[in-house]
Ligand binder design. Structure first.
Ligand SMILES: C[C@@H](NC(=O)c1ccc(Cl)c(S(N)(=O)=O)c1)c1ccccc1O
Ligand SMILES: [Zn+2]
Length: 263
């Protein structure tokens, strides 16, 4: 079923075709820093990615998605009880630098948000199984704001011309380690239990959201916006429709508590 971020197929109607979108533990949420609870029991987060992973970059009409097929990119520790493997990473962004992130912090929205999606290899046999199950998915999340240029992002953006159109795919073989896209401080983060922020909105996700914000240049952010939604549907002026504002609105917390790894 076609879904999107505006009009009749937008987030307010997702629940009609994807019933879980109306659930009690949906994402994204606003992080009210005065209500977070410090949890001193978290072990150090262990993020072990190798860079010799062949991966492909695709424009799926909703975002760009760098899929990873390396069994050496693993995540464990922190709030996680099991070992998780990197499946893909993608971003959400806005039509200008004042909006674009899905989660907000004390009501503040950032220009973009990076999601590194991992699946639980201790409990499940495949990502397709894990994506529907509680504790199946862990997403490392970093906020992005406009500032100085980020050289690591250029490795990804350099492939965007190949995926400008929907279903465009480019193979990325160069030595690229997505760990370079994360902030330096990987000990301070918030974490809570939520859902996929896109249909089918399975309530299977543990979000781990770094407090430190990553900077990229405004020109790099503009490159995110250069992706096209679909080559077929041209606007009456004949120009491409760009993929922007692909962020879901804030969802009710419903009594969930956001834990903090720091005081
Ligand atoms: C947009 C893209 N979504 C994902 O691939 C996705 C998968 C897992 C997670 Cl955990 C997230 S998220 N945003 O919560 O981190 C997003 C998508 C494209 C096409 C069809 C369905 C579909 O879901
Ligand atoms: Zn996402």
């Amino acid at each position: 079923v076609a879904w999107g971020y505006e009009g009749d197929i937008g987030p307010c109607n997702w629940h009609k075709y994807f019933p879980k979108a109306g659930g009690k533990r949906q994402s994204p949420i606003d992080i009210d820093t005065s209500a977070t609870q410090y949890d001193g029991s978290f072990k150090p987060l262990r993020i072990h990615y190798d860079s010799h992973m062949c991966s492909s970059l695709t424009n799926n009409g909703h975002t760009f998605c760098m899929s990873v097929n390396s069994d050496q990119c693993n995540l464990s520790g922190g709030p996680l009880e099991d070992k998780y493997r990197l499946l893909q990473f993608h971003c959400h962004w806005g039509s200008d630098d004042t909006k674009g992130s899905e989660h907000t912090v004390d009501g503040h929205q950032y220009a973009a948000e990076l999601h590194l999606v991992h699946w639980n290899t201790d409990k499940f046999k495949s990502a397709d199984e894990a994506i529907e199950k509680n504790q199946g998915i862990a997403v490392l999340t970093a906020f992005i704001k406009a500032g100085k240029e980020h050289r690591g992002w250029n490795h990804v953006l350099s492939h965007f011309k190949d995926i400008k159109k929907v279903q465009g795919t480019s193979t990325v073989n160069e030595d690229f380690n997505p760990k370079c896209l994360l902030p330096e401080n990987q000990t301070d983060y918030w974490t809570y239990e939520g859902s996929l922020t896109t249909p089918p909105c399975h309530e299977s996700v543990r979000f781990i959201i770094f407090k430190e914000v990553v900077e990229v240049s405004s020109e790099q952010l503009a490159q995110f916006r250069s992706l096209c939604v679909c080559s077929s549907r041209k606007r009456d002026t004949g120009e491409d429709e760009h993929l922007v504002d692909n962020f879901r609105p804030i969802q009710p917390l419903n009594g969930r508590v956001v834990k903090a790894s720091f005081q």
